[in-house]
Design a binder for this molecule. Structure first.
Ligand code: C2E
Ligand code: CA
Ligand code: CA
Length: 800
């Protein structure tokens, strides 16, 4: 009865300790049985009240049969009266019959009073009274056998024998619950019958006596067994009843003292005996719960994924469950319960329903949900984070596979964000990220999953049936940032570049999908930001080759395999070599001659440009120091080198080690250094100028060519890009542009160098326009040897 308490909490464990087992254990049972016989004979059960109740039950059982006994006796009386009529004097027979009736009426009277007010407690005296009553009645009936002695009629003899036998048997059984009364009855009638047999002394006396004795033994044996069984059952029931009351008390105490409650269903899942505590948590009066199914209480039962789906299955299979979380709806509010339950079965093993304990776990569940939310969401923008994306992608991949659709991963990188974040500060950067996320959300809402996976990197998962759909999504993501994002610091132009990869097709695993989408993003960024590019197998090969190139470059740098070539820069007027430009050369045993246009970006990406640049500075200064002191040396600086800390120190060290006078060193930087103003550009330029070195603005006219830079920073030299020089003689605006630059440079006291001079005509034109210095194949290709002071032949001609 209480086995479902196993493993219960608090009070339930206490209950188990009080009642180790639902049924009475074996040793206790045999003890009760032994005691039961004594109690049946009027002994005590140890508990006085219980003893009195047992005795009352014993007597009550006889009394309940009193009407039947009365009529059976009456019937026997009539038959015996008729059988013995004439044998005895009539008055004697009448007196005897009257005596029997009087005794019987006592029994009937007790039956009647018991019917009106059932006796619930009786002393051993009641048992004794029953015994006396049955003794007296038996003694009266004993006259029947004795009457045989006075008759010779064999048919009457038969009647009396039958009645006597019946009396022994029926009386024994009717009185069985009070064994003393039953035994007295049987003994008195049997003894009188035996006496009659002995006195009559017929040829069958002995065999009938044996028969009679056996007969009595059986009846008495069964009386004893019945009475013992009767009392045992009564005592066990009383014990169970007592336990039931204790349990009831404890359970009440449990419900009142804890926040948990008990629940019970029948085999059809309908709630039974709903307690007040249960009705309280359900928000319904106990009557309203009556007849309701447990499943009705649990919200969202249709969704098999939630706690109830699993619970329903467990209950279907009659399995026990422990602290199973299920969502419920109480007065319209979504809450969580934890249910513990066990199936209950009756003695025949038939399912009776479930019993269990429930508790409200809404608060802890909410806390847990918050933790889960935080583990899966980006705290700044509220969209998913990388972890969430990975797990979501896993599911989406399986879905796409099952449905035959395509899962695309869009890696979104924000353009221009880092510069704003660095210059405007992190609070502004955070606000911009948040605003961007909200805009992306409006695009993705309902059709794609959005996550922020890095500083300014977002990722979008999109399931589609065709590529155009995904492309449209990508375009919308880019276009939604067309409008600048306004903060209190003004408008910020932010763009998005997207790399897309799909499965099936580009990758089989989520890790691969992310990797190839990253490659596509990388290519998209290189192809010019603000666009979306789909991954192509070709890109992977490119990346691989780039990585191989990077490894080889690193190896070459370590081995000192890089070298410098020097290209002369001549005076436009005299044609004399006045300086030269150091150009990096890489001759690789595997890759052959790798042009700087190819390996310099690789070095920049791999972070190798800083050590390489330092080496170039050292080597160029050393070689210049060893050559003609009248020829200056120009060294190219990468924007990354310029942004990296320690450039000024590196330059100073190169000068110190080589002993080269600073005024002989010219550092060439490009406009990109000025555009991507890293905050420290002006300072670095000033520090370099303080060292005494000169600064040249390289490739002028290619990039954004803002003339304002020329006013903003102090340059010593401008190098007009070779693309303008190549235009000379082909018409176009190049001559006008070059002239304008030269006039501006003059006014700002800057030297002008024209690059890429390949012909005499170009050289002549540039000289006429007023260029100070010229550089190009016409005057000399980059060569391993440091140039000599003497002008080359074409230069001399040009100057002539
Ligand atoms: P740059 O600074 O503009 O260098 C001049 C480039 O023009 C050199 O190519 C040179 O060989 C080429 N050139 C010179 N005269 C002519 C001509 O008459 N016609 C044509 N078509 N080209 C001419 P190179 O050596 O291949 O270098 C390419 C770029 O690599 C350089 O452009 C420079 O930006 C970069 N670079 C080279 N060495 C270094 C270095 O040590 N450090 C850094 N950071 N970059 C370097
Ligand atoms: Ca240069
Ligand atoms: Ca150049």
């Amino acid at each position: 009865m209480v086995n479902w308490f196993k493993g219960g909490t608090g009070v339930l464990t206490r209950l188990r300790n009080i009642f180790p087992d639902p049924a009475l254990p074996g040793h206790q049972e045999s003890m009760v049985e032994r005691q039961a016989l004594a109690v049946a004979f009027g002994g005590s059960a140890g508990d006085e009240a219980l003893t009195r109740r047992v005795h009352a039950a014993q007597v009550g059982a006889i009394l309940r049969l009193a009407p039947y006994t009365f009529f059976a006796n009456l019937f026997n009386l009539v038959i015996l009266f008729l059988a013995l009529a004439g044998t005895f004097p009539f008055w004697l027979a009448l007196t005897w019959a009257a005596a029997v009736l009087v005794v019987l009426s006592f029994g009937l009277r007790s039956w009647w009073s018991n019917l009106k007010r059932p006796i619930i407690a009786a002393s051993p005296r009641a048992l004794r009274a029953a015994t006396y009553h049955s003794g007296i009645l038996a003694a009266l009936w004993a006259c029947g056998p004795l009457g045989v002695m006075m008759t010779d009629d064999p048919s009457k003899f038969l009647v009396i024998a039958c009645i006597t036998t019946g009396m022994i048997c029926a009386g024994g059984f009717v009185l069985a619950t009070v064994p003393a009364a039953a035994i007295t009855w049987v003994a008195v009638i049997a003894i009188s019958a035996a006496c009659t047999l002995v006195v009559e002394d017929t040829p069958v006396t002995l065999s009938i006596l044996v028969l009679l004795a056996t007969y009595c033994m059986i009846v008495i044996g069964s009386v004893i067994s019945t009475s013992r069984l009767f009392v045992t059952r009564f005592m066990v029931e009383a014990e169970l009843h007592r336990r039931g009351e204790v349990i009831h008390l404890l359970l009440n105490d449990f419900e009142q003292s804890s926040s948990d409650w008990l629940w019970e269903t029948n085999s059809a899942g309908v709630l039974q005996r709903a307690s007040s505590r249960f009705s309280e948590v359900c928000g319904l009066p106990p009557e309203a719960l009556q007849g309701r199914r447990l499943s009705e209480m649990l919200a969202g039962a249709k969704d098999p994924a939630n706690g109830w789906g699993i619970l329903a299955e467990l209950m279907e299979h009659r399995q026990a469950f422990r602290e199973h979380p299920v969502p419920v709806k109480i007065r319209g509010e979504a809450r969580w319960w934890a249910l513990t339950g066990r199936p209950a079965f009756d003695e025949r093993g038939r399912f009776k329903g479930y019993r269990g304990v429930g508790s409200d776990i809404t608060e802890s569940r909410r806390a847990q949900d918050l933790v889960t939310y935080m583990a899966e969401h980006d705290a700044l923008t509220g969209v998913g984070n990388r972890n969430w994306l990975l797990s979501r992608a896993q599911d989406a991949m399986a879905e796409a596979y099952a449905e035959g659709t395509t899962l695309s991963l869009l890696m979104v990188d924000l353009d221009n964000f880092k510069a704003i974040n660095d210059t405007r500060g992190h609070p502004v950067g955070d606000e911009i990220l948040n605003r961007v996320a909200q805009r992306f959300k409006t695009v993705c809402d309902g059709r794609a999953d959005l996550a922020r996976i890095g500083g300014d990197e977002f990722a979008v998962l999109h399931v589609s049936s065709c590529r155009e759909e995904t492309e449209r999504l990508a375009t919308q993501l880019i276009e939604i940032l067309d409008q600048p994002i306004t903060t209190e610091h003004g408008g910020h132009a932010i763009g998005a570049t997207i790399g897309i990869a799909s499965t099936p097709g580009h990758a089989e695993t989520i890790e691969d999908l992310m990797r190839v989408a990253d490659i596509a993003l990388y290519r998209a960024k290189r192809a010019g930001r603000g666009r979306a590019l789909y991954f192509e197998v070709e890109m992977e090969r490119e990346v691989r080759e780039r990585r191989e190139l990077e490894n080889a470059l690193r190896y070459t740098l370590e081995r000192g395999g890089l070298s410098l070539a020097f290209q002369p820069i001549v005076s436009a007027r005299s044609g004399e070599v006045v300086s030269c430009e150091a150009l990096l050369r890489w001759e690789d045993p595997g890759f052959g001659t790798v042009p700087p246009s190819l390996f310099v970006p690789v070095a920049e990406e791999a972070g190798l440009i800083v050590p390489i640049g330092a080496w170039v500075l050292q080597e160029a200064c050393r070689r210049a120091m060893a050559a003609d002191p009248q020829i200056d040396i120009a060294v190219n600086l990468s924007p990354l080198q310029f942004a990296a800390p320690g450039l000024v120190d590196t330059v100073r060290q190169a000068l110190d080690t080589s002993g080269l006078p600073p005024q002989r060193l010219i550092l060439e930087i490009t406009e990109s250094v000025l555009i991507q103003d890293f905050g420290s550009t002006a300072t670095t330029l000033a520090e370099l100028a303080a060292l005494g070195v000169r600064i040249a603005l390289d490739d002028f006219g290619t990039g954004y060519s803002s003339l304002s830079y020329l006013r903003q920073y102090k340059f010593d030299r401008i190098k007009i890009d070779k693309s303008f020089v190549a235009e000379i003689g082909r018409g176009g605006e190049s001559i006008a542009i070059i002239s304008a630059v030269i006039i501006l440079a003059r006014s700002l006291d800057m030297e002008v160098t024209a690059e890429g001079v390949e012909s005499e005509a170009q050289a002549e034109m540039l000289r006429l326009m007023g260029c100070d210095t010229l550089q190009g194949y016409y005057f000399g290709r980059p060569a391993a040897d440091f140039p000599q002071m003497l002008p080359s032949t074409p230069a001399r001609q040009a100057s002539a």
